[in-house]
Design a binder for this molecule. Structure first.
Ligand SMILES: [Zn+2]
Ligand SMILES: [Zn+2]
Length: 319
């Protein structure tokens, strides 16, 4: 008769979990690069008003910028966020790849990095470990002002900590196509900036048309989308309505609903993170949810996690 093993086999073979932070951290070169990609479009945004005043704004530029805003914006909200981070629906392979590419066009980081950071945000929302909470420095107005700036953008280039993709996005690392999209991030960024110039140049058959399309459809559009997306991390964790019970300080902010394609119904999102629709109350416009509905009708998306009345009622704060 053999003696019982000292350690249960399933325990013996179970590996220790990956650490939450990548020990390599984020070096200066990476943080300076991000700094440039945050501030160059922001300078263009600041120059946009005098430029439009002096030289006017052509319909071609507006249309190119609008199409790129729509595709890259939905790439973030429907793709990076509701689909890749939270799995609020299943997508067929072409849609899965297209959403990864469309999200990359927003120049907010590659898909694996974005998803890993955002999953860590949900795990620790507004507590220690959250990569971007406006409350990290305290509750008095000075600390909140500093926290708002940090949560909005400064964490992108000041934080030396790096969320471990192995820990927070192992599902994406296992998918060869998604790893490829992640590796193509730099050429996709180049297309996002210079694609508008190419289109503007060809439509107007002029160098000037290429330059103005680069300015509006490349730089200004990227800056606008940056600051709308980042407002979800800053403004929607500071002010707004608490319609649903949450452990963090996420809030619903109505005036950001249209530009953010429904992402500013952020209080519901933290109350029910996998729900495909964030604007669940009467009159809460949610363009991303409508797009997911269209994908479902086309047969490209399935198993959509639409709002569940019982689940919502249980979390509703009495109005
Ligand atoms: Zn989320
Ligand atoms: Zn949040």
């Amino acid at each position: 008769m053999t003696a019982a093993p000292e350690v249960q086999p399933d325990i013996a073979t179970r590996r220790a979990p990956e650490p939450e932070l990548d020990p390599a951290g984020r070096g200066r070169a990476e943080r300076y690069t991000v700094f440039a990609f945050v501030f160059v479009p922001l300078l263009a945004l600041a120059a946009a008003v005098p430029f439009a005043w002096g030289w006017g704004l052509t319909l071609t530029d507006v249309l190119i910028a609008a199409v790129f805003y729509l595709v890259s914006g939905l790439g973030i909200t429907v793709g990076y966020h509701r689909y890749f981070t939270h799995g609020s629906f299943k997508a067929n392979r072409p849609l899965r790849i297209a959403l990864g590419v469309a999200g990359s066009l927003a120049i907010q980081g590659s898909v694996v990095k974005w998803v890993a950071d955002h999953r860590r945000h949900h795990k620790y929302a507004d507590a220690e470990g959250d990569p971007h909470s406006p409350w990290r420095f305290g509750d008095d107005w000075r600390s909140v002002a500093k926290g708002l700036y940090y949560a909005h953008m400064a964490w992108l280039y000041l934080d030396e900590e790096k969320t471990s993709p192995k820990r927070f996005a192992p599902d994406l690392l296992k998918d060869k196509d998604i790893v490829r999209v992640d590796k193509w991030f730099v050429p996709i960024v180049a297309f996002s900036l210079f694609g508008p110039a190419l289109i503007g140049g060809l439509v107007t058959m002029s160098w000037w048309g290429a330059l103005t399309a680069f300015f509006w459809g490349g730089l200004v559009r990227v800056a606008l989308l940056h600051h709308v997306t980042w407002s979800i991390n800053s403004i929607c964790h500071t002010i707004g309505e608490e319609n649903f019970e949450v452990r963090d300080r996420s809030r619903n902010v109505w005036w950001l609903a249209i530009p953010s394609f429904g992402e500013s119904w952020h209080n519901l999102h933290h109350a029910d993170p996998t729900c495909a629709r964030h604007g669940v109350l009467k009159g809460q416009v949610d363009i991303s949810a409508r797009v997911i509905w269209m994908f479902e009708k086309m047969g490209w998306a399935s198993k959509v996690r639409w709002p569940n009345a019982e689940r919502l009622a249980a979390k509703r704060v009495s109005p």
